[in-house]
Design a protein around this ligand. Structure first.
Ligand SMILES: [Zn+2]
Ligand SMILES: [Zn+2]
Length: 220
């Protein structure tokens, strides 16, 4: 993963070119606010890289529709429209204007919407959407992958607990023993591991007991 600092610096530079000068201070302030938050910065970086309408615009605020297993459905409120983004620590995908709903079947299914109409009915406007808060400021979320209490971590999250030995899944040797290999260097091996993990029963995130203790110290 690219260092967050690098993504933030690049976002600042892109915003300098691609946001309207009249709103530049507001734009910069928002980037500054999310400088340490990978989820929001992935949205900001994608927006200023691609500009949905291919003309100058800027993000005024970011709101949250829903989230699951470290995948967030966010809405970027700009000076001209509202845009949906599907975002995790690793990836960001532009979904289009909020008013057009969600065009991707898999996304609707993932968040348990029966269909696009059900989504539009639940989120007709941005009025009831809460402002998105950085992952580190929410004690219920895994500080590394952003998954919620009692949800599954993003694959490869170092906070995930191993169901075979109760150690750290990315730290113990169970994954090598189970697959019967010395190295897991192919996507195929990782898929195989995930399938075996699911069969065994993955350990969901428990905000009360799994949160690394240094994070608790930071927040008290
Ligand atoms: Zn995690
Ligand atoms: Zn283990």
């Amino acid at each position: 993963m690219r260092p967050i600092k690098e993504i933030t610096e690049e976002t600042k530079m892109l915003a300098e070119y691609n946001s309207p000068e009249s709103h530049r201070d507001e734009v910069k302030e928002l980037i500054h606010e999310f400088a340490a938050d990978r989820i929001a910065m992935n949205v900001l970086h994608n927006f200023y890289s691609f500009l949905p309408e291919a003309r100058e615009d800027g993000i005024r605020e970011i709101r949250e529709l829903t989230r699951k297993n470290g995948v967030f459905l966010l809405c970027a409120i700009t000076f001209t429209d509202n845009y949906l983004y599907l975002v995790s620590m690793e990836k960001v995908e532009f979904l289009g204007p909020l008013s057009q709903g969600i065009p991707v079947r898999e996304v609707l299914t993932f968040f348990a919407f029966a269909d696009d109409d059900a989504f539009k009915k639940k989120y007709p406007t941005i009025d009831h959407l809460e402002l998105y808060c950085p992952v580190a400021t929410d004690i219920r979320l895994c500080p590394v992958c952003g998954t919620g209490d009692n949800e599954f971590h993003a694959p490869g999250c170092p906070v995930e607990i191993c169901p075979w030995c109760a150690g750290q899944l990315t730290g113990c040797n169970c994954r090598f023993d189970i697959i019967g290999r010395d190295r897991l260097n192919r996507e195929k091996h990782l898929d195989e591991l995930l399938a075996l993990l699911e069969k065994k029963g993955r350990v969901p995130y428990d905000a009360a007991s799994h949160r690394p203790s240094y994070m608790n110290d930071m927040n008290t």
